[in-house]
Design a protein around this ligand. Structure first.
Ligand SMILES: [Zn+2]
Length: 122
């Protein structure tokens, strides 16, 4: 997963695509299970954990943005995904993570990422 996330195909399980509540990346549940979130795995630890995937990702999201050049894309900057891996991202994520926003958690996370997540979690 070196800087690039698997691109979900619409041919199977498109309705079951899930968006990470922290970085908005859109993946098939199997990808979250196999390798966790390519951007937030260190924090969310979803690999091989159905429970964590259920609480840290959501099927409720609007629109999908393909980010292929995160460093230079103005859309990626606007979405605050410019530091993330190449992949598909939700334009808007609904839902709230069940994670508790502890001090240690916030210290690990880029602040723009946190504020973005709090803004979209409604
Ligand atoms: Zn993520």
């Amino acid at each position: 997963m070196e800087g690039r996330a698997p691109i979900p195909t619409a041919t199977k399980g498109a309705r079951q695509l899930r968006a990470c509540l922290l970085c908005s990346i859109v993946l098939q549940p199997i990808d979250f299970r196999r390798q966790g979130c390519p951007n937030c795995e260190e924090i969310l630890q979803m690999k091989n954990s159905g429970d964590r995937i259920a609480s840290c990702t959501t099927t409720y999201f609007d629109g999908v943005i393909a980010v292929i050049d995160p460093e230079n894309s103005w859309v990626a900057k606007w979405q605050r995904t410019s530091k993330y891996v190449i992949g598909m991202y939700a334009a808007r994520v609904k839902g709230q993570t069940k994670l508790r926003w502890t001090d240690s958690f916030e210290r690990k996370v880029d602040l723009s990422c946190v504020s973005y997540t709090l803004c979209t979690a409604s």
